[in-house]
Design a protein around this ligand. Sequence first.
Ligand SMILES: [Cu+2]
Length: 335
Amino acid sequence: MSEQHLEENNLKRRQLLKIGLGGIGLVGTAIGTQKLRLSEIALPLKIPPLPSGLPNQGNGVNPMVVCRDFDYGILKQENGRTIREFQITADTTVLELNRVVSFPAWTYNGRVPGPTLRAKEGEHVRVIFHNHGGHAHTMHFHGIHPSSMDGVEPVRNNTSTTYEFDALPYGLHLYHCHIAPVTRHISKGVYGAFIIDPKQERPPADEILMIMTGYDIDDDKQNKLYAFNGLPNYFKQHPLPIYQHQLIRLYLVNVIEFEPAVTFHLHANFFQVYPTGMTLKPTHETDVMTMGTAERHILEFTYPFSGQYMFHPHQDDIAEKGCMGLFDVIEREIE
Ligand SMILES: [Cu+2]
């Protein structure tokens, strides 16, 4: 896409945001001007409730709850400065990956993925880490910090440590254990997302986290199962509800080990890309993107039509082994 074309897209997008339909994209614009009378539309942010009767799969770790569950820690005042403090405990948990596979996972705060930690650009962050996992673990954060806070020194079982750093730079980052072999520790479950919000707030949106992961269940350095947010095929069996015409901001992280890269593809739509979440404007628009291990991006889109739409890596073998989901786009009237 040429720079001029991109700028035109951004302009259209800004105009759409003003009227509350940001992210509808070019297709939506063409349809919208005809059918939706865009100039008269201003939809407030609307987030669907969790579907009732969701099974308590995976030892209580519910991937749909993980989507919109952000841990802001607690704010403390110390010597005139504000500190955002998080408590994390490493442990072991058996995850029921499906009806036949029970997986002895290693967890942060009892869940896979670990809690989605969220801070604002420039805040001072403190993470108090307790290790009761039965092995040495660490918390290594992606971000900018001194070497002493890099989380590569082993924290022995039944000991604690504290990591402190400023939340920089803004973007979509991650944290994970850094004990060798790191592939094993990450694929056992000790990872999570770390969102640093920019000082200049992003526009209102239904914000959703998805982490792609692989499970090497027999320790042969090959993934046998894959998942979004911890459980294989969960969003295929339980489509994630979102609203039609609603700007969706997807925080997408790839922590699949053993495959050097996977793609992410969204059906019947295109998304705007904010690489590593480190821009306030999208750099381009596409419907499939390639992500190496630990790569992550913010994607924004709006569905102009209701119905169910798949999302998955376009390596279809990986999708068919569990990294497959559906958005259930709920019809929303434009008054
Ligand atoms: Cu570990």
